[in-house]
Ligand binder design. Structure first.
Ligand SMILES: [Zn+2]
Length: 454
């Protein structure tokens, strides 16, 4: 299979892997390593974290009851809410924190979009582990020494900020710490300093191409961006959005995914673009579960479920069986790049899921169908959900869809009907399409908000 990324880069310079031993480790060997690290993490938590000491004792678990990773299921899940309660009980950091403050060198905070933010604390050791993990992820993306990185993810507090800076620098790339909210500076600096990597959410990448054209009369061919590193939302998993980004920027786009309470990037896509590889060997122990029953699901080809993470070798804020709410599909067949880490695509988060007349619906799936109408649509949508109706008991749904400037007004009704039909065929739900002119819907510098309550 060839793709734009490979056409542009051919063979990337330098060794193929950041950490060959871990990235190409065989299942049996990884299991041995995980068994050892899991036992050590449990012993550590029993001794150092009041929260986990209590939780494990209540579940009847002692240091000896976890012998291998097959015993993981005996351990109860940890939820984000429990971490919040733990912080309320023992402010500011919570009962789960496993080191004294003088060992903590940095504190990150999650965004708090779905409730009170939680803190992620790092010791020197934890920081080094994150640098190793994120370096693996960026190397997998195709980032190499000598690359110049225009960084457009949010820098303050967010785990996708400073830890990525550390790893880009660790690899030997040149880091431009721009962040969000400075689109003109970002594009100007990218041009002046010849940046060839753009790191930002797919929504922001799309916003930047509009901004360059409309606000700066800048042609993207004036820039040298070759590699686009996306994440923090499922945008690049939508083929039409990825194609739009790749053709607008004449660059290859790859995506990564992590979780604030576990690690900044845990899954990373290689230039073959076959889904995101697990790259957290020896640092994160992932599981797949049925989101409703909580039963474990094996990581086999085509499996679907919610990701759950256990940190390994973490000192300050380790988590055991942390429920991420991220729903993914799994691939296990070999990838051309030789990495043995299984691959995933993320459909969305539990919090984002809608149910219309009992049918489950991901906002990203609606966007996927609408984006297949590019260039007649811009790919921008917003789903309107009645404010006083719970999102799992919807009776009908309206989606606002931006049509492109080129579309003739007299063809609008036909376009509306075509999109409605495609939505029904693909998603088995009747959704009313309301066409709005290009530029009507909000643009986002961080994650796109696909749902609007009215
Ligand atoms: Zn690969």
């Amino acid at each position: 299979m060839s793709n734009i990324y490979q056409e542009l880069f051919g063979d990337l310079p330098g060794p193929e892997y950041w950490n060959k031993k871990m990235e190409t480790i065989k299942d049996a060997e990884l299991k041995k390593l995980n068994n050892k690290l899991l036992k050590a993490q449990i012993r550590y938590l029993l001794k150092n974290s009041l929260f986990y000491h209590k939780k494990l004792k209540e579940a009847g678990i002692s240091a000896n009851s976890i012998k291998t990773i097959d015993d993981l299921e005996k351990i109860p899940f940890t939820t984000k809410n429990e971490l919040r309660e733990s912080m309320d009980e023992s402010p500011p950091l919570g009962l789960h924190v496993a080191v004294p403050m003088d060992k903590i060198i940095r504190i990150h905070s999650s965004s708090g979009t779905t409730g009170k933010p939680t803190f992620q604390c790092l010791t020197n050791h934890d920081k080094e582990m994150w640098i190793e993990l994120v370096s693996r992820a960026l190397w997998t993306h195709g980032v190499r020494p000598g690359d110049i990185v225009a960084f457009g993810f949010s820098l303050p507090l967010f785990v996708g900020g400073l830890p990525l800076k550390d790893a880009f620098e660790n690899i030997g790339a040149t880091f431009l710490p721009i962040g969000t909210g400075m689109s003109e500076r970002l594009l100007t600096l990218a041009k002046t300093l010849n940046a060839n990597v753009l790191a930002a959410t797919p929504s922001y990448v799309l916003y930047l191409s509009e901004f360059a054209k409309e606000k700066m009369s800048m042609d993207l061919s004036e820039l040298r961006i070759q590699k686009i590193v996306g994440g923090a939302e499922p945008g690049l998993s939508i083929p039409a959005i990825r194609n739009k980004i790749q053709s607008e920027w004449s660059a290859g786009a790859v995506e990564g995914m992590g979780n604030a309470d576990a690690a900044p990037i845990i899954f990373s896509e290689c230039p073959w673009q076959n889904g995101m590889h697990f790259v957290g060997q020896g640092i994160i122990l992932p599981e797949l579960i049925d989101p409703e029953s909580g039963e474990s699901i094996e990581f086999i080809e085509g499996a679907k479920g919610e990701l759950v993470y256990t940190t390994l070798n973490r000192e300050a804020t380790p988590v055991l069986r942390f429920r991420t709410g991220d729903h993914v599909t799994v691939w296990t067949e070999e990838c051309e790049c030789g990495r043995t880490g299984f691959r995933i695509r993320c459909m969305g988060r539990t919090d984002d899921m809608l149910k219309v007349k009992g049918v489950k619906l991901w906002p990203s799936a609606v966007r996927d169908v609408v984006a297949s109408f590019i260039p007649k649509t811009t790919g921008n949508i917003q789903i309107i959900v009645p404010r006083n109706m719970p999102s799992f008991a919807l009776q009908n749904l309206t989606v606002e869809v931006e049509y492109a400037d080129e579309v003739d007004k007299k063809d609008l009704l036909k376009l509306k009907t075509e999109i409605e039909k495609a939505l029904e065929m693909n998603l088995f739900v009747n959704i009313e399409v309301k066409l709005v002119p290009s530029g009507t819907l909000p643009r986002f510098e961080t994650k796109a908000k696909l749902i609007r309550k009215e």
